[in-house]
Write a protein that binds this ligand. Structure first.
Ligand code: ADP
Length: 329
């Protein structure tokens, strides 16, 4: 479990105003959960990860990993606590001069495991990530996806309870991204490890995150289980995770586009009710997105209709409790 309590990180700058990289972050990620941290560049994501690896000390507040307060541990205990944290990097960050097996073995030997123990563990990890046949390949002989598999194997080798992943798939193509995300999920399912993923890719949040936090200027804008966050369909984070469907304006010349959003949660209008309302308004469905996240289905429809019925449409959808807005030109 990861617990952040009112964490602030301030970088002093000579002659200029201090940079507040983290501004009172409080967050709990329960054991075995996959949590995504998203936010624009400069939001504080990397600072947060550096504080979690104890590479940086927060200016104030506390960070607890499995109950250990990283800022307060003496050096020898901090070393042990760090062993409970595995790290997966964007481009895998492997040692070029070592084979796949050698990369995975490296932290184990440093941690004092015997040659035999290391060999067994490396074999187990290579099988876990599905590249047992590439153990003697060097990083330059592996694809990007295979390198990241080695990166995950190395991070998991010392049996961490927490896996920190810094943009783990942003260097990969879509298909490989899906495979690596699938692997991270199965690693969590098998070992119960708590996973924190920093990402700018909303697909990562949709595909594997149980919960998510949006950071902006060092502050939490919104945070919670993905199914709850996306249910607040008009919130900025929900719009990022499940965006409005794209619709080419050239295909709907002379029409107004109205974006409506609704979910499958009890008490909300059903899809057929929304369709019936659209039909009454003489609207067509120009495009649509449906996503199932946890136990919630989120729908976003781009309706096209005559401009002189737009006000009526917004009014009737709003009265029915459906989020509806005219898409800006
Ligand atoms: P992100 O990873 O979301 O892009 P960062 O954590 O890298 O954001 O940065 C957050 C803010 O802190 C930015 O304004 C950045 O310029 C600043 N910052 C990060 N590291 C340092 C540092 N070592 N010294 C001074 N400012 C820093």
């Amino acid at each position: 479990m990861i617990e952040l309590k009112d964490v602030r990180k301030v970088y002093p700058r000579r002659g200029e105003e201090d940079v507040v990289a983290l501004d009172g972050i409080s967050l709990t990620v329960p054991s075995g959960e996959i949590h995504g941290i998203v936010g624009e560049s400069g939001a504080g994501k990397s600072t947060l990860i550096r504080c979690l690896t104890a590479l940086e000390k927060p200016s104030s507040g506390s960070i607890l990993v499995d109950g250990n307060n990283l800022s307060e541990l003496p050096a020898n205990e901090l070393r042990d606590a760090r062993r409970t944290i595995g790290m997966v990097f964007q481009g895998a960050n492997l040692l070029d001069a070592r084979t796949a097996a050698g990369n995975i073995a490296y932290p184990l030997r440093l941690a004092g495991l015997s040659k035999g123990e290391t060999r067994d563990r490396v074999g187990e990890m290579l099988r876990l990530v599905g590249i047992a046949d590439r153990s003697s390949s060097f990083p330059s002989q592996l694809s990007g996806g295979q390198r990241q598999r080695v990166g995950i194997a190395r991070a998991m080798a010392d049996s961490p309870s927490v896996l920190l992943c810094d943009e783990p798939t942003s260097a990969l193509d879509t298909e490989t991204t899906d495979q690596i995300l699938g692997l991270l999920k199965s690693v969590r399912d098998t070992y119960g490890v708590t996973v924190l993923i920093i990402t700018h890719e909303m697909g990562v949040v949709r595909k594997i995150c149980d919960s998510v936090t949006l950071l902006d200027h060092g502050r939490i804008v919104s945070s919670g289980p993905v199914s709850e966050v996306v249910s607040d369909v008009s919130s900025p984070l929900a719009r990022q995770i499940v965006p409005n469907p794209s619709l080419d304006r050239d295909d709907v010349v002379g029409k107004t586009i109205i974006d409506v959003a609704f979910t499958s949660r009890p008490g909300e209008p059903t899809g057929s009710r929304v369709m019936a309302m659209a039909a009454e308004l003489g609207a067509d469905i120009g495009a649509g997105t449906f996503e199932t996240l946890g136990n919630v289905q989120v729908a976003r429809l781009a309706l096209t209709l005559d401009p002189d019925r737009a006000d009526e449409a917004i009014d009737s959808f709003s009265k029915a409790g459906i989020v509806a807005e005219v898409r800006a030109a």
